[in-house]
Write a protein that binds this ligand. Structure first.
Ligand code: A3P
Length: 336
């Protein structure tokens, strides 16, 4: 596990961290790990392919969509894909988003998904295919490649920002926490039994996967003026998707008519998006990993809805948490 590069050094959760994490679940979870000086939390499977990710050959026309989970990744992926692909709505509806965008670090779910499908050889066989590490699958993917990742910039393949284009989307961490909780709840095999308030403790103590969220966002924020970086907020998409779509088009060097933009907004509108079977996580439903409704992937689509989930004590703790984390940055989450 030892790595010469500090950004990739791995250490397991301490006993205390692991106990606090495990307390939220009724089924045993493997001890997560922390990576690099910021201590990004990842699943224990990370080191099996982290070198393949770090050294993955890049192409100048690669397009990455990067985010902390539950920040509007899927929405942004579809927006970016359509703008790069001449607004080909028919193609977008006919090929699942997961096929159009390999998930760079999907292998970190290998153990968890194998566990969940352990009694079903047919499912396991399909999983092996799906969970072939993305760096391997990407080598055979024609250009331009679209790549989804929840890794912070420092863990992306070396040289990503200098070679490829990156669209990063950030969201108010309070809404992310609520969304993440409901998302985890919809996977019964996770055995999440914590109440939201209990889960929130874990979240703001940076014990959730891909945490610490502020460091994740700040790394990208620092690069927002890099010519290969487009930094977006979920709240901006929510407030004025048309304006964001035009920024994405400028970034990708594309031009469209007002009619095309109108069709794009219609396609991406929450109600239509929620019904679009090409952008939900069909594979996971097929494996029975999601609950029978499976509705928590594209769930509510609101900004500021955290207020309905926080009591006074949580609000106060959060103010402190946010103040502590925002002290050394000019980053501000837009309030709609
Ligand atoms: P909520 O759980 O708050 O509803 P990700 O794709 O990164 O996992 O992010 C998921 C979040 O984005 C969910 O938030 C989901 O509802 C929201 N989302 C997805 N598509 C959306 C859309 N078209 N409009 C608004 N929000 C959307």
């Amino acid at each position: 596990m030892e790595h010469t590069n500090d950004a990739h050094k791995v250490k397991p959760f301490t006993d205390d961290e692991y106990a606090q994490y495990q307390k939220a679940f009724s089924v045993p979870h493997r001890r997560p790990i922390r990576v690099g000086p910021k201590g990004y939390v990842l699943r224990a499977d990370w080191p099996t392919h982290s070198e393949d990710v770090r050294t993955m050959p890049l192409r100048p026309d690669d397009i990455f969509v990067v985010s902390f989970p539950r920040s509007g990744t899927t929405w942004t992926q579809e927006l970016v894909w359509l703008i790069e692909n001449d607004m080909n709505f028919e193609k977008a509806k006919s090929i699942p988003l997961t096929d159009r965008y390999p998930f760079l670090e999907d292998f970190i779910y290998a153990s968890a998904t194998r566990m969940a499908a352990r009694n079903d050889p047919a499912k396991l066989k399909m999983l092996e295919e799906i969970l072939k590490p993305a760096p391997e699958r990407l080598a055979a993917t024609p250009s331009p490649r679209f790549i989804k990742s929840h890794l912070p910039l420092s863990l992306l393949p070396e040289g990503t920002l200098d070679t490829a284009r990156v669209v990063y989307v950030a969201r108010d961490p309070r809404d992310v926490a609520v969304s993440f909780y409901h998302f985890l709840k919809s996977f019964p095999h996770n055995g999440l039994t914590a109440s939201f308030k209990e889960y929130y403790d874990l979240f703001i103590n940076d014990l959730e996967m891909w945490s610490p969220i502020f460091e994740h966002v700040k790394e990208a924020w620092q690069q927002r003026h890099h010519p290969n970086m487009l930094f977006l907020f979920y709240e901006e998409l929510s407030k004025d998707l048309g304006a964001v779509a035009r920024r994405v088009a400028d970034f990708l060097g594309k031009q469209y008519t007002d009619e095309q933009y109108a069709s794009l907004l219609d396609h991406l509108k929450f109600d239509n998006f929620q019904k679009n079977t090409a952008v939900d996580i069909t594979d996971l439903k097929k494996f029975g990993l999601l609950d029978s409704k499976g509705q928590n992937f594209i769930r509510k689509g609101k900004t500021g809805a955290w207020r309905d989930n926080f009591d006074e004590e949580m609000i106060q703790r959060t103010e402190q948490w946010m103040a502590d984390n925002m002290r050394d940055t000019d980053l501000l989450f837009p309030q709609n």
